[in-house]
Design a protein around this ligand. Structure first.
Ligand code: G3H
Length: 481
């Protein structure tokens, strides 16, 4: 709820949009900087959140819902006024196309508005008195305490706010750490955070996560860990919280979503959806299709068509009209793509479109890799980039077995036309993943639908309504009739 002066170290933010020089070196543009805070500042941020919550007695957790909603509406009004600056910061900092950066901003505003509306009627809020066996209960949803929110670099605004906004609306106080890439875009919102919410309700910490996050968790003062990021980081962080205190977790984690293409699939539609599913935002979506499993009778034609479609994608700078493939966030990511391709080639796969560098060192040409087999990196690792791994199957049980034996369980797509065959697949699949998409790519939205995952892919469910539930508990005030 206040600005603090900063006299310490600052980190320069370099855009991933960078030039390769004639001598092979890479020139990156500086687009801003942020303070590198440490444990002392994270202690202060946490203390502010704890004090604003004040064991449930604070102004925010006891504020009537209508007043909390008014604060959030004030915040959204101020946020909308900053649209252009925030959109440009997303584009320059993570290399997302201008069109997709605009979509991310607009979707986030729509999400906040929808969440506010959902709160008004959540779990029948309006008629919340219930009578049973002589007891009258006033049922309420009550907050959980201090929530630590962290979003990922690929949706830095949208997926940070996917937890932060419902957590606030339910009366919790928040500490949030912007993602490693996608940090500057929060600057234009700082004034709005300060003016829309009471002091200490929302606290931002700019710092290396590895330094401050375990430290904050070890204090035992965090009630809920809300992270959309990697499974490995989530496992590590959960262990930092003292065993003597209970920690709730709302997690959106790794995924390796597969598409199963049945022998009678409509290939035009299938290729179109698989292309979008695998390569939108360079394949950097947790919901992306990361393995295409095609019936052997179709695989040659499927490869011919998808390779052609991949070859026609426009590769370029994020502000170019109709661009599909844009720079990755750093050279470590292009290096990983090359490593995965080399590994597959060494183990017998063909790389149908050659991946490789370009005039911008972080631009990576998309590649179709076939046949991907067990033992290759691409078989199980989440590539999170512009690679399209393809496998062929003879018996649909093999495709099903791939999904069943995976450590991940977010979504699957099934392409086909025979309702009997599709029907027989859907029941086992929906017990393995949380969403089965019929003749369409995997995706998170529309945001009113549950977004969840089994196994290593998630903990808890996010959606407009489910997120409000995740950050609250159903409580009651009871009296005898
Ligand atoms: O990166 C993970 C996101 O939840 C993907 O969302 O399917 O709307 O692109 P999306």
């Amino acid at each position: 709820g206040e600005f603090r002066a900063w006299g310490g170290e600052c980190k320069t933010v370099l855009s991933p949009i960078c030039e390769r020089q004639a001598d092979g070196s890479v020139r990156q543009m500086e687009i801003g900087s942020y303070p590198v805070m440490g444990e002392a500042e994270s202690d202060a941020a946490l203390a502010a959140a704890v004090s604003a919550y004040d064991s449930g007695r604070g102004e925010w957790p006891t504020m009537p819902v209508a007043k909390r909603i008014a604060c959030m509406q004030d915040f959204v009004r101020q946020m909308v006024a900053q649209r252009q600056e925030i959109v440009h910061l997303i584009m320059w900092e993570i290399g997302k196309s201008l069109a997709d950066s605009q979509k991310e901003f607009d979707r986030t505003v729509e999400y906040i508005v929808a969440t506010i509306e959902a709160l008004r009627t959540l779990d029948n809020n309006a008629s919340r008195f219930e009578i049973a066996e002589g007891t009258i209960g006033q049922i309420r949803r009550t907050p959980l305490g201090v929530v630590l929110c962290m979003g990922p670099y690929n949706y830095p605004l949208n997926e940070t706010f996917a937890t932060l906004i419902p957590a606030l609306l339910m009366g919790n106080t928040v500490v949030f750490k912007p993602p490693q890439y996608g940090t500057l875009l929060f600057w234009p919102l700082m004034q709005a955070f300060c003016s829309a919410f009471p002091r200490g309700v929302i606290n931002t910490i700019y710092a290396p996560g590895a330094v401050v996050v375990p430290h904050m968790l070890a204090s035992g003062k965090i009630g809920v860990l809300a992270l959309i990021g990697s499974s490995k980081v989530a496992d590590y962080l959960k262990k930092q919280h003292p065993k003597s205190h209970r920690l709730r977790a709302v997690l959106g984690l790794d995924a390796k979503n597969a598409a199963i293409v049945l022998p009678d699939a409509d290939l035009d539609l299938t290729v179109r959806e698989c292309l979008l599913g695998a390569l939108s935002f360079n394949g950097q979506r947790c919901t992306a299709l990361k393995m295409l499993i095609v019936h052997r009778s179709l695989v040659d034609e499927f490869l011919r068509r998808i390779t052609k479609a991949v070859g026609q994608l426009k590769i370029g700078m994020p502000w170019e009209q109709g661009v599909s493939i844009t720079p990755l966030p750093g050279l470590h990511r292009t290096a990983y793509m090359t490593e995965a391709i080399e590994d597959a080639k060494a183990k017998g796969a063909q790389v149908v479109n050659q991946g490789g560098g370009a005039y911008c060192a972080t631009l990576y040409y998309p590649a179709v890799v076939y046949p991907v087999k067990e033992g290759m990196k691409l078989y199980r690792e989440e590539q999170f980039g512009p690679l399209v791994p393809v496998m062929a199957y003879d018996d649909v049980e093999e495709a099903l077995e791939y999904v069943i034996s995976s450590d991940h369980g977010q979504q699957v797509s099934v392409f086909g036309n025979d309702p009997v065959q599709i029907g027989a697949l859907v029941d086992p699949l929906v017990n393995q993943v949380c969403r089965v998409n019929l003749n369409c790519q995997c995706q998170r939205g529309p945001d009113v639908f549950p977004f969840a995952g089994r196994k290593d892919s998630a903990e808890g469910t996010l959606s407009v309504n489910d997120a409000l539930r995740a950050f609250s508990i159903r409580s009651m005030v009871a009296a005898r009739q």
